[in-house]
Ligand binder design. Structure first.
Ligand code: ASP
Length: 309
């Protein structure tokens, strides 16, 4: 546990795995950022997405692997899945054990990610995440455990496939819009609209957070509610005031499974948006991108996006 994140450069990592350069043609290695992924920012996302889009245009590049800390890997993957403009595979890979641990999982995960990125079978499947011999879609993967090597899962919606003996095997496809089917484009963006997340619990004081976020100038708030996205009555009043002042509110849930379905009490009377199956941290990303294209008043179009992406 006592490791220091972001210590190795991408070149150090590649050099440490001799099989990699034998079995995969690594055309180029770039260090876009070197951070502990808990410190991820919108600026790094925009830089990364623009660079990925540039590189994928090159004929000599079949796919891209991005090494990433596991803490926010699902968020970067989902962001890229909405803004990468290519059918070529983009694979994010992490490791649960540090490189100094006995039976570190990083080298095998990275090897598998390169195999996936170089395979024709992976084309058109959007942005993928690979750990523990498993291939996940960016849309549904989430980190479920703080320490175990099998920390990731897609719960209700399942994994896409496995990597076995240097070969990816796919069993599922994603029935959502992504990459080459996505309408979002970051080419001309230098910043993303500010959206924050408020969490609900018994005895909550979340209205304080809602008011503070509104004062700070947020354009949207994701409410990580109880059960089917339900909202404590005190928070409800603060969120309703936020809506009246032009802030858009999405009802997500703090639960790891199920969907937040539309509810007349919220979407009808108050003009909330239901998050469907996006967890709060991914709902935040979709709302940020939605607000680059639609006005906060257009709740109908934004609600549609939560069903399509
Ligand atoms: N703190 C690390 C990070 O997300 C954890 C990891 O690498 O798995 O950057």
């Amino acid at each position: 546990m006592g490791y220091k994140a972001a210590s190795l450069t991408v070149d150090d990592i590649i050099k440490s795995i001799s099989e990699l350069t034998k079995d995969v043609n690594i055309v180029l290695c770039e260090q876009v950022a070197q951070i502990d992924s808990k410190d991820m920012t919108d600026d790094i996302w925009l830089r990364l997405a623009k660079r990925v889009n540039e590189l994928l245009k090159r004929n000599n590049i079949n796919g891209i692997v991005i090494t990433h800390g596991t803490d926010t890997i699902e968020e970067t993957a989902y962001f890229l899945s909405l803004v990468v403009k290519s059918k070529k595979p983009v694979v994010l890979v992490g490791a649960m054990r540090p490189s100094t641990a006995i039976s570190a999982d990083g080298p095998k995960n990275l090897y598998d990610a390169c195999i996936i990125a170089g395979s024709e079978k992976s084309e058109g499947r959007g942005v993928l995440v690979c750990l523990n011999d498993t291939i996940y879609s960016a849309r549904f993967v989430t980190k479920l455990n703080t320490i175990l090597p099998n920390a990731f899962g897609s719960l209700d919606f399942g994994v896409l496939g496995y990597v076995v003996e240097n070969e990816p095997y796919f069993y599922n496809a994603l029935d959502k819009k992504y990459t080459f089917k996505s309408e979002f484009d970051v080419r001309d963006l230098n910043a993303l609209p500010k959206v924050d997340i408020v969490y609900s619990y018994a005895g909550t004081n979340s209205h304080v957070a809602v008011e503070a976020f509104c004062k700070s100038g947020v354009k949207g708030i994701i409410h990580a509610g109880t059960g089917n996205g339900s909202i404590h009555k005190e928070t409800l009043e603060a969120l309703n005031n936020a809506i009246k002042s032009g802030v858009i509110i999405v009802r997500a849930t703090r639960l790891p499974g199920g969907i937040v379905s539309k509810d007349e009490n919220y979407e009808g009377s108050y003009k909330f948006i239901a998050s469907d199956s996006l967890n709060p941290q991914k709902a935040k990303i979709l709302l940020q991108l939605a607000l680059t294209k639609y006005s906060a008043k257009d709740t109908k179009s934004i609600q549609e996006l939560f069903y399509r992406y």
